[in-house]
Write a protein that binds this ligand. Sequence first.
Ligand SMILES: NC(=O)C1=CN([C@@H]2O[C@H](COP(=O)(O)OP(=O)(O)OC[C@H]3O[C@@H](n4cnc5c(N)ncnc54)[C@H](OP(=O)(O)O)[C@@H]3O)[C@@H](O)[C@H]2O)[C@@H](O)CC1
Ligand SMILES: Nc1ncnc2c1ncn2[C@@H]1O[C@H](COP(=O)(O)OP(=O)(O)OP(=O)(O)O)[C@@H](O)[C@H]1O
Ligand SMILES: [Mg+2]
Length: 322
Amino acid sequence: MQSVMTSGPSLEADSISIFRSILPGLESSKHKGQAGKIAVVGGCREYTGAPYFSAISALKIGADLSHVFCTKDAAPVIKSYSPELIVHPILEESYSIRDEDKSSISAKVIAEVEKWMERFDCLVVGPGLGRDPFLLDCVSNIMKHARECNVPMVIDGDGLYLVTNCLDLVSGYPLAVLTPNLNEYKRLVQKVLNSEVNDENGTDQLLSLAKGIGGVTILRKGKSDFVSDGKTACAVSVYGSPRRCGGQGDILSGSVAVFLSWARQCADKGEVSMNPTILGCVAGSALLRKAASMAFDNKKRSTLTGDIIECLGRSLQEICPV
Ligand SMILES: NC(=O)C1=CN([C@@H]2O[C@H](COP(=O)(O)OP(=O)(O)OC[C@H]3O[C@@H](n4cnc5c(N)ncnc54)[C@H](OP(=O)(O)O)[C@@H]3O)[C@@H](O)[C@H]2O)[C@@H](O)CC1
Ligand SMILES: Nc1ncnc2c1ncn2[C@@H]1O[C@H](COP(=O)(O)OP(=O)(O)OP(=O)(O)O)[C@@H](O)[C@H]1O
Ligand SMILES: [Mg+2]
């Protein structure tokens, strides 16, 4: 593949070429699992929608299996949304346990995740995770283990809250992708660069931020999405939707996880030369925006996240017909 950018001075990524170079063929010789096994770590008493949106989006785009690791309270609720998801009720929040049980529970959580980790092509950490300190402590251990196993991680939502307060979890890990919204980006810039967001020089600041966290990839969400790994930067401005209903970032996290896994498979075979995390971000962003636009054409003001998820398959089909 040539460049991630369209020709000319624009930062706009050539998303169509990227889709065509990383989408796997649908062949009868392939077995279940080869198109991707994704796991979402998220879902607590308060939020059950976010992990569901992320995990189901991964399946609708073409992953074979999608797991959710969530709290015991959230699990039956998430299972009831869809029988397609494999739901592990392993996490606990402080309110439901005694202090003296914390270390044994923490050990159980990591033992449970360890059984699965090497099978996953990508982890999404954070959609609807909540901010309970004990739960975040257990999730830090999961992230350390994922890193030891070289499993890529897309960090979103409350996962970004965790990482902003403990940068070592991702610093210097090239398979980490952070997907901050406006607020989450502001907190990262303040913490890492010790300054305020500067939109005049937005691309340079994004490059510095990614470099400052040791070359992780950052997808800065907004009117246009900007992506950088500290070495290069590009933008995705594909027309999206004027509806800003909650949950669109969750679709994005699941999408990036799948495309990043496919891009990695292509990179392993020498079929692409660009950083797979950048390719995954560009494809995830372009697809979400196209699906949001299609859903808005249908539903107008009543467009919701579920409507956008229903448009993922048709959007992908228009880009790369099977
Ligand atoms: N159905 C579910 O289960 C869903 C669950 N979710 C989960 O919720 C958790 C917390 O995530 P989060 O996004 O609500 O937290 P955060 O970014 O701190 O925003 C808080 C406040 O900041 C503001 N604000 C945000 N963006 C802005 C912008 N672009 N421009 C300007 N202001 C902006 C805005 O404040 P307001 O306007 O209300 O004053 C907003 O209310 C996390 O786990 C996530 O995954 C969601 O995924 C949604 C679907
Ligand atoms: N002003 C905008 N115009 C067009 N698209 C936008 C705009 N703001 C965000 N988006 C798109 O919506 C997607 C989600 O971004 P958003 O900032 O809503 O994330 P989020 O706050 O994390 O969402 P969530 O509600 O899932 O937590 C991004 O991929 C981005 O492309
Ligand atoms: Mg979000």
